[in-house]
Design a protein around this ligand. Sequence first.
Ligand code: APR
Length: 249
Amino acid sequence: MENIKKLAQLLAESKDTLVLTGAGVSTESGIPDFRSPDTGLWSQMDPMELLSRSALSRNPANFWTRSEPIFREMSTAQPNSCHYALARLEEKGLIRGIVTQNIDSLHQRAGSKCVLEVHGHLRTAHCPSCGAETHMPPLLDRVATGDSPPRCSCGVVFRPDVVLFGDPLPDAFQRAWQWARVCDLLLVVGSSLEVAPVCWLVPAASKLAIINMGETQCDDLAEVLIRGKAGEILTKLVKEAEELLQARP
Ligand code: APR
């Protein structure tokens, strides 16, 4: 609890706090993360084999058929207490916004307004040839009923608007980089910080705090390091931070 109070103090003192989230903020919504031992998605499959640019071009039917249940699980999950707590911190002016590696849109569904999706999202897919855009849920239904790979009316296979292994990062990453360099506190929640270039945001920030169940390669850089479940910790953090705000003259 001491560390939560210390982090609340840092939040209250910070003029510009940025939050970086990973899959660990969505596990309490029932979405497995990637690298947790035994439960992480990558313990059941090889990401490079499935969710990569080359996998989609090499075997589009296999790509869509195998990713459909993963995409559906992410698209139908509900926000958890962690997402709501982060939305509350934004509402109270205690954080500028969230850079997320997650593609599940749960931050926005919990009420967060300022969200940079540096690995894309699952709301839409587009045709790489004619540029037509379509919503993902009906596309996933087509795949689930055997229409795989789903094709645009022009005949070309649709591409989900997520960053696949081998893709360049979207413009959102450039903005995240600019924000990380000027923020005076970066709070990382639920990420192993294993994946570049997103993990490069960490050394760019002047002060770091981490809330994560597992160890990360940046733990020794953190001014505050809290091990545990993000939902429970962030709910306590919001309470502590709001009390500090109320105590202000
Ligand atoms: N509370 C706090 N931490 C948690 C929780 C939880 N409820 N559940 C899991 N974690 C922690 C795990 O201990 C782990 O360290 O969250 C971290 C999630 O790390 P990863 O599974 O590596 O996910 P992430 O960091 O988001 O991966 C980054 O890798 O495969 C790519 O594109 C994929 O966006 C993803 C990127």
